[in-house]
Design a binder for this molecule. Structure first.
Ligand code: SAH
Length: 346
């Protein structure tokens, strides 16, 4: 039995060549390509301007591994969480977050996660596999459709802050962004896309070398090595000095400000020393800090710091001319908030 190929693994040129090799016109490749990407076809039968014989011929050679939105939950605050079934039965989650006149898609890049942050529900799932570029693209296309349906406008922003570590699935994430930004895909500006990483210095440098145009966010959570490696054990291999150096390299090449994501927990990073360490780290490259609300995931090892501590962070950062935003959680009632994505049904 021959194994059918995933048709979306082909470039446009390869698809055109395929048709020529099969005695058809190269142009047919363009038509099919458009169905696959900008029209997001789920099956060859959707391709109504392609003859039945050609569709059957495609069927014998290829499959379309389209995702299936199995379950959709809506939060009282308007956030929508999709449980997305992949062609092999595995499930990931993606989230639509409405804010004012904008909608943001939060997408997954891996099934489970390669890393081991102890405060994150996804980390407990372990990494099962990387998502393919088309599986990432499909999550965005599905949320774009939901945005049109529920909010009457197209998706405005994308954050790679769902399940997984995007920089541990580097090539596929970049390919998906190429598709999302190309005119044949969704035509979105890379400036509206943010890739969030737990901080893998080598890959941050690679992003800079590849001259990417999207935004970079780093989940910092502590600017003290001992604390960071306690709560994010993988970071023992990536000390802050290496992270600093990679961010300086990133900024020198891209001129693009970095966002630090930071949760303040009681007894972990709520000291004056912790705040001072963050201030020092923020001086290395132009940046802004997003203070994220903690979303409890279980046993109470981690607790959100007191409001007074958050206020101390804000005032000391601002005193040092560092931009700081406080990010409220969205979709908590359906386990759709940061760090809660673990294929749980509320
Ligand atoms: N692996 C990437 C992408 C995931 S983004 C990264 O770490 O950046 C998910 C964001 O939510 C990260 O900033 C992560 O640190 C944060 N997060 C994880 N668990 C959380 C929780 N329980 N409460 C609040 N934020 C959490």
């Amino acid at each position: 039995m021959s194994i059918k190929k995933d048709i979306r693994a082909l470039t446009k040129t390869e698809l055109r060549d395929f048709f020529v090799a099969n005695g058809d016109k190269a142009f047919r490749g363009n038509q099919v390509y458009e169905w696959l990407w900008s029209k997001s076809a789920h099956s060859f039968d959707d391709m109504t301007n392609i003859s039945k014989e050609t569709r059957q011929m495609l069927e014998t050679h290829f499959v379309i591994n389209h995702i299936q939105v199995d379950d959709m939950q809506r939060s009282s605050d308007g956030t929508v969480k999709n449980a997305v079934r992949l062609h092999d039965g595995l499930v990931v989650e993606s989230v639509l977050i409405p804010t004012g006149s904008r909608t943001t898609a939060c997408v997954s890049s891996q099934v489970g996660c390669s890393l081991d942050c102890s405060f994150c529900a996804t980390a407990r799932l372990k990494k099962m596999r990387n998502l393919n570029p088309d599986e990432i693209f499909d999550q965005v296309a599905a949320i774009n459709q939901e945005s049109l349906l529920y909010y009457n406008h197209k998706l405005s922003n994308i954050v790679f802050m769902g399940m997984g570590e995007p920089l541990m699935n580097y090539n596929n994430v970049l390919k998906s962004i190429e598709k999302i930004t190309s005119e044949e895909g969704l035509g979105m500006s890379p400036k509206r896309i943010t890739v969030s990483t737990s901080g893998v210095p080598k890959m941050i440098k690679k992003l800079a070398d590849d001259d990417v145009k999207f935004n970079l966010a780093v989940s910092l959570h502590s600017a003290i090595d001992e604390v960071r490696s306690e709560i994010m054990p993988f970071s023992k291999a990536f000390p802050l000095i290496d992270l600093k150096e990679s961010l300086e390299y990133w900024y020198a090449k891209t001129n693009s400000r970095v966002t630090y994501e930071y949760v303040v927990w009681e007894g972990i990073n709520d000291s004056k020393e912790a705040i001072q360490a963050l201030v020092k780290f923020c001086k290395y490259v132009p940046c802004k800090v997003n203070l994220i609300e903690y979303n409890p995931i279980d046993d109470g090892d981690f607790q959100q710091a007191k409001p007074q501590t958050i206020d101390d962070y804000i005032s000391i950062l601002e005193m040092n001319d560092i931009i700081v935003n406080v990010r409220r959680s969205r979709g908590k009632d359906i386990d759709a908030a940061c760090g809660q994505l673990a294929n749980k049904k509320s």
